[in-house]
Design a protein around this ligand. Sequence first.
Ligand code: C5P
Length: 407
Amino acid sequence: MADHAILAGKRVLLVIAGGIAAYKSLELIRRLRERGVTVRAVLTEAGARFVTPLSVQALTEDTVYRDLWSLTDESEMGHIRLSREADLLVVAPATANLLARMAAGMADDLAATVLLATDKPVLVAPAMNVRMWQHAATQANMALLESRGVRRIGPNDGVMACNEYGPGRMAEPMEIVDAIAGVFAAESHRPLAGRRAIVTSGPTHEPIDPVRYIANRSSGKQGHAIAAALAALGAEVTLVSGPTRLPDPAGCRVTHIETAREMLAACEAALPADIAVCAAAVADWRVDGAGDRKLKKDGGAPPALALTENPDILATLSRPGERRPALVVGFAAETGDVLAYATAKRARKGCDWIVANDVSPGTGTFGGSDNTVHLIRADGVESWPTMPKDAVATRLAEAVAEYFTGK
Ligand code: C5P
């Protein structure tokens, strides 16, 4: 359980949307207030069909904000001030409809407007029928919101008010309290604040002609996760990404490039930086003299592609000099003798750390969600258990933070 001491004195703006789980939000208000949280509530029109404004008002001991067009509400508070005067916005229950409106950036009632107008962290507790939750539209909306930095708690599995079973039940009030404490704890843990980081991610595409290119199977999942994890610890992150199917991670500046040479130029433009993490699978070679005319099949011999070497971004950033980042981290994807090759690579590239992993067929690392890595530093090797790429990213970001804070 998260430490609740952090909650005292915090201000939560609770948005109650129209779902049967709204009755649990009354209890949530009680549990938060017991812990010293000031709760101000916005009730949607549908929300007011499930819980009465009077109950919400009695529990928050404050006005209940309901109407974007209310002269009284707007003159007393104003929708911008409502979000400005909160440390966190919590949407519980978050209905399929409100999630859709949030994802679309709509501002058609007070709830949607405060959620659009805020720059504060937002936590949603979805609650809806299982098929509504599992619908591709809701899943896409949720994924989009999460990629923009919205946090989520639940939904839980179980029997729902509609007598169906599955994911869709709103998280219990105490689980939401824990999640709120977790958000505040994460917000106050920013050991990389004031540090600049460059992260490369994804494959590169090297043109053969205007329509064809050489590429590789990198998904970018690990690099993107590292960019997000460094940003979560307070770093100012520039992510230089090759073509991937991933959304831009929250809290990072993202430069999209295609070729290795463009990736190098984007990295150099992002200097100076304290940290560089080269997780991209950069093509070693490009086609020499790739022209602007499509190669034609003319019945003769197939064209011979001459390759020429691409710049090594990791080695370039590692080169000693004034602009060298204090900590340069490379990756080594190997298919056997991982530690020996990776240790040699660390020396050859001149970087400080190498994150080595085994990408042999069958390990599922390429494109998969898990990764098994070894962190190779000057003073030895640390082997981490297999874990999701997000967890590898968090642990690596924590190691980076320790390097700078000396803890
Ligand atoms: O040389 P190799 O590809 O095995 O090394 C892997 C490491 O080097 C990764 O960190 C990768 O991002 C980086 N690299 C690079 N530029 C290249 C080739 C590799 O930054 N042209």
